[in-house]
Design a protein around this ligand. Structure first.
Ligand code: AMP
Length: 115
């Protein structure tokens, strides 16, 4: 169950500021406050979904397609497709998800450790 009392909902609604790098009607993307690599961006849906499973099960095909296009827009804007990047989406307890509003981490800007 989605709970609006989370920091990303407040960032979307401009109640809390963030270092925004990209925004359109589908997503808002901003720098992670605790970066794990030189470039660490969070791409956050404007739709109210708790995590990847909620998003894929409940968003429309069009919304899912638009999210992926917006995610790719961020990647291209930052030219990460030239050098490479990693996408991560934490879901639930085992992944230690902290913010229960669906988002994808983009990591890059430098060589990353192998997984
Ligand atoms: P997770 O839910 O596990 O994918 O992690 C949430 C991420 O949000 C963490 O990497 C945090 O550093 C990041 N974060 C939390 N609050 C903020 C904020 N106000 N601005 C930017 N990033 C944030």
């Amino acid at each position: 169950m989605y709970n609006k009392n989370n920091v990303f909902f407040k960032i979307i609604n401009k109640e809390i500021s963030a270092s925004i790098v990209y925004e359109d009607e589908t997503v808002i993307a901003f720098n992670d406050i605790n970066p794990k690599s030189k470039v660490h961006i969070l791409v956050v849906t404007k739709g109210l979904y708790t995590d990847f499973s909620d998003f894929v099960q409940n968003a429309s095909v069009k919304e899912i397609q638009k999210f992926n296009q917006s995610l790719n827009n961020v990647i291209q804007q930052l030219k990460l497709d030239k050098t490479g990047y990693r996408l991560i989406s934490n879901m639930g307890t085992d992944a230690k998800q902290e913010v229960f509003h669906f988002h994808v981490h983009i990591l890059g800007g430098e060589p990353l450790n192998a997984m």
